[in-house]
Ligand binder design. Structure first.
Ligand SMILES: CC(=O)N[C@H]1[C@@H](OP(=O)(O)OP(=O)(O)OC[C@H]2O[C@@H](n3ccc(=O)[nH]c3=O)[C@H](O)[C@@H]2O)O[C@H](CO)[C@@H](O)[C@@H]1O
Ligand SMILES: C=C(OP(=O)(O)O)C(=O)O
Length: 445
């Protein structure tokens, strides 16, 4: 296992391009199972979750061809159903959340699908009811082996229907869309998640021959078709990386250009950073963040304390709240961070408090942060990355802190951020990746 050693206090300078979007990649790669024809996907980020899903597809029998550093072709002519019963399949699926979206396409194309309880961040309860209720509405039979934590669905003749999702689950919506594209008749999905990655999935499916309308809204109508064909698809830039870089620049009082951000697909994210007092300019499709010595959190119109909360798209993505929280520790003013969706995502604030941040964890969902306005620097410390976004928040804290911090469990960060150490070092950061065993041998911890 590797760790990061981070020497704080170095400002960043220059330009960085966000990687292709992790969460879009996971949907799109699963969708390649829907056709026996070739699907080419570009702008694929070389990150752990994505590489693991590609390897999983390969072991399932999909022919995978790497065309360029970030482009792959997939051909799912045949699937090895025996492999789906193997321990290897189970073990690999449990490494990432995105594997859950293999089941919708399998059901649509082959009439059966199997999936163990998926992995992903341990950030609170992550139920899958929406997925399976949706499949059942389409006529599939569902079986969950509780002891084995293994889900099975079967439905040779899916039929379109109306469904109102119990919640706007992102992966649930993707899974149901993929299950419905070849169901007989019309499927209507109300309370569908509608974030840009779902929009991208729908657009790709339509290019493959699907008939999906209502894209970008929470009411999707799908007219089932007999089969889908091949296509080419390019992933959007990762909006969570874009937000992480904005936060990083502000917290380190750095001048940074983030290139090709697909501004129109960032939704409310830039406006929320603006409410934190962070200045930036949209220059074409780039975001330019000038060096800023102070940023003052706005209050609401009535003078009350700013509240930053997550909500289904077009609300603020929960995946950026850890970044807003860490950025607030050096802002002028106070903010209440309200993580509504996940109940175990804010506990990492203990580490920030150790570093000298002024935070009160009100309950598992809410933390009040009173910023130092750069009057006091955080102190370096030793920490462990609990999940992917908290990991990056801790990295941002370490980059701004006084002294050398150590971050363990950086696999969590590598799950979602491509070569983050090398890319940030190119901008002036001082992050060293060390093998934990070597470090222990030399007493370096
Ligand atoms: C691989 C992938 O794409 N993962 C993303 C996906 O996870 P995932 O699809 O697993 O997340 P869901 O959208 O299903 O739900 C996330 C959490 O929010 C709750 N919830 C959801 C919708 C709602 O209207 N109300 C509500 O409370 C759910 O109960 C759950 O606890 O979407 C999450 C929410 O954007 C992101 O954090 C994850 O990064
Ligand atoms: C929660 C996240 O990922 P996953 O759903 O893959 O665990 C995330 O990307 O922040």
């Amino acid at each position: 296992m590797a760790i990061f050693k981070v020497e704080g206090g170095h400002r960043l300078h220059g330009a960085i391009t966000p990687q292709g979007a992790k969460n879009e990649a996971l949907q799109i790669l699963c969708a390649t199972l829907l056709t026996p024809q070739r699907v080419v996907v570009r702008n694929i980020p070389r990150i752990l979750d994505v590489m693991q899903l590609i390897e999983l597809l390969r072991r399932m029998g999909v022919v995978v061809e790497q065309l360029a550093e970030d482009a792959y072709a997939f051909c799912a002519r045949d699937i090895d159903f025996e492999y789906l019963q193997s321990d290897d399949y189970r073990q690999r699926c449990t490494r990432l959340r995105g594997s859950v979206m293999l089941i919708g396409p399998m059901l649509a194309r082959f009439g059966v699908g199997y999936i163990p309880k998926p992995g992903g961040d341990k950030i609170g309860r992550r139920r899958l009811d929406t997925h399976f209720i949706g499949f059942q509405k389409l006529g599939a039979k569902f079986n969950f082996d509780v002891a084995d934590e293994f889900f099975m669905v079967e439905g040779r003749e899916l039929r379109g229907t109306y469904m109102l999702l119990d919640e706007a689950s992102v992966t649930g919506t993707a899974n149901i869309i993929m299950a419905a594209v070849m169901a007989r008749g019309f499927t209507t999905i109300y309370n569908a998640a509608c974030e840009p990655y779902i929009q991208q999935l729908c657009k790709m499916l339509n290019r493959m021959g699907a008939r999906i309308s209502g894209i970008a809204s929470n009411l999707l109508t799908i007219e089932g078709v007999g089969e889908l064909g091949g296509t080419e698809h390019t992933l959007l830039p990762d909006m969570i990386e874009v937000g992480s870089f904005i936060g990083m620049a502000a917290m380190n009082r750095s001048e940074l250009t983030i290139r090709n951000v697909s501004f129109e697909n960032l939704g409310i994210i830039p406006a929320q950073f603006a409410r934190m007092g962070i200045r930036f300019e949209q220059r074409g499709d780039d975001i330019y963040i000038p060096q800023q010595d102070h940023y003052s959190i706005e209050t609401f119109l009535d003078g009350s304390i700013m509240n930053i909360a997550d909500a289904p798209w077009p609300g603020l993505t929960p995946d950026l709240l850890s970044i807003f929280l860490v950025v607030a520790t050096q802002a002028k003013g106070a903010v209440l961070i309200h993580q509504k969706m996940f109940e175990s995502r804010l506990f990492f604030v203990d580490k920030l408090i150790d570093m000298g941040a002024q935070i009160i964890l009100c309950d598992p969902h809410r933390a009040t942060v009173i910023g130092h306005d750069h009057q006091m620097r955080l102190r370096a410390t030793r920490m462990t990355s609990p999940d992917i976004r908290a990991g990056v928040a801790l990295l941002i804290a370490a980059m701004s802190a006084e002294g050398v911090s150590t971050i363990q469990n950086i696999d969590q960060i590598d799950r979602g951020y491509k070569d983050i150490d090398a890319r940030l070092n190119a901008l002036g950061a001082r992050i060293t990746r060390v093998d934990e065993c070597d470090s222990l041998k030399t007493g370096g911890l």
